[in-house]
Design a protein around this ligand. Structure first.
Ligand SMILES: Cc1cc2nc3c(=O)[nH]c(=O)nc-3n(C[C@H](O)[C@H](O)[C@H](O)COP(=O)(O)OP(=O)(O)OC[C@H]3O[C@@H](n4cnc5c(N)ncnc54)[C@H](O)[C@@H]3O)c2cc1C
Ligand code: FES
Length: 250
């Protein structure tokens, strides 16, 4: 982990309310799929904003972000040449075991972006099916990446792109014909809860990446704790953000 002084190379809109920012961090950086960076916006914003690394190639690191509040709205105004501090790589990330040959990715909302990093890390070595849910056609992005998967099913809440359903329903619909060895997921908690019900019923291993609100991002402040099924607590930033779905209360 290092606090990079990162220079924006590109910061552009890729879908409705969604932007991609690419930083030059000045040196080659190794990031595991599902790890994140904590971006310092400076000024009056004391807390950094945690965003999943979508792509890391040599010295270039890309994050995709949805406009949510003041921080992300401020970020979208920053142009090429702006320098920001970015602490990364943070968290544990996704890890696919040697014997897990078939991988299903299930994502919705901003959870789509860390799954692109999984596809980039394991595509070719594993048989990957991606079930991705968007709000509507205007929010669709990342398709040029997901189309590299062995199977890509895009759906929307309103049916304006693909079938009208959510990512979990798309995954469940295909399950009888295309059973994976492991399911990796990221998205809103209700989506992850619904997915766990499906994977439990099917007896499938499932790992989820959580997106709790964060403070320090490095395990010191306990702002991000979540409840575990054994009654203990875990820090999403340090012990996660990826957990076995059986180990955390969703
Ligand atoms: C590990 C991790 C990875 C993430 N990856 C991405 C990503 O790849 N792309 C992306 O767009 N976002 C991602 N997020 C969420 C992102 O951190 C927040 O959207 C961002 O910090 C909001 O900053 P803001 O200043 O715009 O909004 P704020 O002004 O801080 O908040 C605006 C609204 O968004 C809500 N909010 C803020 N943070 C979160 C959160 N973590 N979860 C749920 N609601 C939140 C607030 O409650 C508030 O209602 C990730 C979060 C975590 C913890
Ligand atoms: S954000 Fe501070 S401990 Fe996780």
């Amino acid at each position: 982990m290092k606090d990079y002084i990162a220079t924006i190379v590109k910061n552009e809109k890729i879908a409705e309310n969604i932007y991609a920012v690419t930083f030059d961090v000045g040196e080659d950086v190794a990031v595991r799929a599902g790890q994140f960076g904590d971006i310092a916006l400076g000024g009056t914003r004391l807390l950094r904003r945690p965003i999943a690394v979508c792509k890391a190639e040599k010295n270039l690191v890309t994050f995709c972000y949805q406009l949510r509040g003041e921080g992300t709205r401020e970020l979208k105004e920053l142009g090429a040449g702006t320098r920001l501090n970015v602490l990364m790589p943070l968290g544990n990330g996704f890890y696919v075991e040697e014997n897990e040959k078939k991988v299903a990715l299930v994502g919705g909302g901003v959870g789509v972006f860390p799954l692109i990093s999984v596809l980039r890390a394991y595509g070719g070595a594993k048989e990957i099916s991606a079930y991705i849910g968007y709000r509507n056609a205007a929010a669709v992005c990342g398709t040029e990446e997901f189309e590299k998967a062995n199977k890509f099913v895009a759906v929307t809440d309103d049916g304006s792109y693909g079938e009208k359903m959510n990512a979990v329903q798309a995954f469940e619909k295909d399950l009888a014909n295309n059973r994976p060895d492991v399911v990796l997921a990221c998205g809103p908690t209700p989506m992850l809860r619904a997915l766990k019900a499906v994977t439990d019923k099917a007896g499938l291993a499932c790992y989820v990446s959580l997106e709790e609100r964060m403070g320090c991002g490095i395990g010191a402040c306990l702002v991000c704790v979540c409840d575990k099924t054994d009654g203990k607590k875990a820090r999403v930033c340090k012990d996660g953000p990826v957990f076995n779905a059986n180990d955390v209360l969703l």
